[in-house]
Design a protein around this ligand. Structure first.
Ligand code: SF4
Ligand code: FES
Length: 247
């Protein structure tokens, strides 16, 4: 068993370099350490200038996503032991502009997410005295898998369509739109369908399926996209067959 392992970490400090560089750090090897533990060791013991994001250290906040040996991973859920004997390449999340070292700019994703209104839309709330909006277990099952998304954006880093065409609204946003469209309390499906039918919406997806493969929460964004394609096609056919206003 090795006593140390090397991390080859991409550095980018915009005030002192125009291109990213790679810096090697030798850290203690511990079979219980995840990549994030090694990065924190570097930050605390070797080089306090290294920048990266994390918060929960338990696969919940979605902020520690990076490329590990070329694959999008949550670094708090990826063990050093998977990459023995090393070195392990750690790079910023692919397809996002890099602000510094391993920190990427997320505002494009945030704006796209807001566009599909990821909250419950209702034309009117029922009076409080009528009680809660109850759901059956079957109704819950329809949207629960999509509600597991932690906005880590690993699916964007895995998506070649997003890599080629950054205006594509992308897998997680579509999965989250599906989460609300499938919720029996929601009445906003048509609004979201219209947004997702636009040029940069669901039809950009060529069903590579990598988004679903890398998702650490088993959300299945690729499945959500295919479901949207079916429902939106049905809606379009209906609009052709039915008289105006009867959709
Ligand atoms: S769908 Fe999965 S990979 Fe994509 S942002 Fe949500 S949790 Fe992350
Ligand atoms: S630190 Fe929160 S998901 Fe990894």
């Amino acid at each position: 068993m090795p006593t140390t392992i090397t991390l080859a970490v991409t550095r980018y400090r915009p005030e002192q370099e125009t291109e990213p560089t790679v810096q090697n750090y030798e850290v203690p090897y511990d079979k219980d350490w995840v990549i994030l533990d090694a990065l924190n060791y570097i930050k605390n013991e070797l080089d306090g200038t290294l920048s990266f994001r994390w918060s929960c250290r338990m696969g919940v906040c979605g902020s520690c996503g990076m490329m590990v040996n070329g694959e999008p991973k949550l670094t708090c859920a990826t063990f050093l032991s998977e990459y023995l004997p090393g070195p392990i390449r750690v790079e910023p999340a692919r397809y996002f502009p890099v602000l510094r070292d391993l920190v990427v700019e997320m505002s494009d994703f945030m704006q796209k997410l807001k566009k599909v209104k990821p909250w419950i839309i209702r034309s009117a709330e029922k009076p409080l005295e009528e009680g809660e909006y109850l759901q059956t277990p079957a109704e819950l099952d329809l949207y629960k898998p999509f509600s597991m998304c932690i906005n880590c954006t690993l699916c964007y880093s895995a998506c070649p369509v997003y890599g080629l065409e950054p205006t594509f609204i992308g897998p997680a946003v579509i999965a989250l739109a599906r989460r609300y469209n499938q919720d029996s309390r929601d009445e906003g499906a048509e609004e979201r369908d219209d947004i997702l039918s636009e040029e940069d919406g669901i039809w950009q997806c060529t069903f590579v399926g990598e988004c679903t493969k890398v998702c650490p929460k088993d959300v299945d964004p690729a499945g959500a996209i295919q479901q949207f394609k079916v429902t939106n096609t049905n809606r379009w056919f209906k609009s052709l067959l039915l008289p105006k206003g009867a959709k």
